[in-house]
Design a protein around this ligand. Structure first.
Ligand SMILES: [Fe+2]
Length: 294
C-alpha cells in the first residue's frame, strides 16, 4: 500500500496511511514522510503498537537521536523507568506508580503545558519529536500544536521587520518560573544556563519562515525584561490563535511526529489519578542556529 497523507487541519497536520512503523522503511517511504513533514509539520500515525526499540528504530530513519551533555530534566538515570534513547513523558515513577502531586518531577512536567518547542533551551534545538501514546487517560490529555509558519505569515510587515534580527534567551529556568516553580538546585541553575536563539527561523528545505517561540524564551537581547516578556507574550498569543492550532485527541497507539522547527505544542490537563503513559524519541538539530556568545 503506497504512503498517503490526508490533511487534518486547514493549514497543517496530516494523517499518514500505508506505513507500519514497526517495519524498516524503504527510501521511498522515508522520502514520502520527510516531504510530508516539510509540508504538514505534524504527522499522525494511527494504530502503531510500538515497543521502545521499535520506536527508536523508526525515529532513526529521519536522523540522529538527540544527544547532549546537559540534562533537560531533573531525573537522574537511576531514577528513570525507561531505557536510553527514549524519554518518559508519563506520570509514573520508576516503579510504575503514579507520581506524587508534590514530586519535583511532576512540577517540572507541568511546565510542558505551556506552549513550547522541544529543546529550544539547548544550543542545538531539536528537529523532530515523536510521541507514542501507550496508555491514555479517559478525559483530557490532548496535545495541541500551533503552526509557526502560518503565525509568521499572518504578521504585518512592520512586525516582520521589527522581529527580523531579534535574538532571544531560552532557558528551562524561565519556563518553570512561569508556573512558580523556582526551587532549582545550584547545579540545575548552572545546567539550565540560557542559550541564544533567533526569533525568526527559516526552514532548510522549504525556505518558509517561522516564529521560533517557546515558554523557554525569557529575554530579548538589547531589550529590558518587562518589554521583552510583554512582547513575547503578545507574539505567543498571536501565534496560538485558534486558526493556527490543531488539538490532538489521543487514541492508544497513536504516534505523533512533529517538526520543532516549524511548530509549538503544549500538553493539556488530565486527571492525575489516571495513568498517562506516553514516550518520546527526539531527533537533534544539525548545528546551533546562531553563534552562542555567552
Ligand atoms: Fe514538548
Amino acid at each position: 500500500m503506497p504512503v498517503s497523507i490526508r490533511p487534518l487541519h486547514p493549514v497543517f497536520v496530516g494523517e499518514v496511511a500505508g506505513i507500519d512503523c514497526r517495519s524498516p522503511l524503504n527510501p521511498a517511504e522515508v522520502t514520502a514522510i520527510e516531504s510530508g513533514m516539510d509540508q504538514y509539520a505534524v504527522l499522525v500515525f494511527r494504530d502503531q503498537d510500538l515497543a521502545d526499540e521499535e520506536q527508536i528504530a523508526f525515529t532513526r530513519h529521519f536522523g540522529e537521536l538527540e544527544g547532549y551533555s546537559t540534562p533537560g530534566h531533573i531525573r537522574r538515570r537511576a531514577e528513570q523507568r525507561l531505557g536510553p534513547g527514549i524519554a518518559d513523558f508519563s506520570n509514573l515513577d520508576k516503579d510504575g506508580r503514579i507520581m506524587s502531586a508534590e514530586d519535583r518531577v511532576w512540577f517540572f512536567k507541568l511546565g510542558d503545558r505551556l506552549w513550547h518547542s522541544d529543546s529550544s533551551f539547548r544550543p542545538v534545538p531539536a528537529k523532530y519529536s515523536l510521541l507514542s501514546g501507550r496508555v491514555i487517560p479517559s478525559w483530557g490529555a490532548n496535545t495541541e500544536f500551533a503552526d509557526m509558519r502560518a503565525a509568521y505569515d499572518a504578521l504585518d510587515e512592520r512586525a516582520k521587520a521589527e522581529i527580523e534580527d531579534l535574538v532571544c534567551e531560552h532557558s528551562l529556568i524561565y519556563s518553570r518560573a512561569a508556573i512558580g516553580f523556582t526551587d532549582l538546585t545550584p547545579g540545575e541553575i548552572a545546567a539550565f544556563r540560557p542559550v541564544h536563539q533567533p526569533l525568526v527561523r527559516t526552514h532548510p528545505v522549504t525556505g518558509r519562515r517561522s516564529l521560533f517561540l517557546a515558554a523557554h524564551a525569557g529575554a530579548i537581547l538589547g531589550w529590558t525584561i518587562p518589554e521583552a516578556r510583554m512582547f513575547l507574550r503578545d507574539l505567543t498569543e498571536h501565534a496560538t490563535r485558534p486558526e493556527f492550532v490543531y488539538s490532538h485527541t489521543w487514541q492508544p497507539y497513536d504516534l505523533v511526529m512533529w517538526d520543532n522547527r516549524q511548530t509549538m505544542h503544549r500538553a493539556r490537563r488530565f486527571d492525575r489519578n489516571e495513568v498517562r503513559d506516553v514516550r518520546r524519541t527526539t531527533l537533534g538539530g544539525n548545528a546551533p542556529l546562531i553563534e552562542q556568545r555567552m
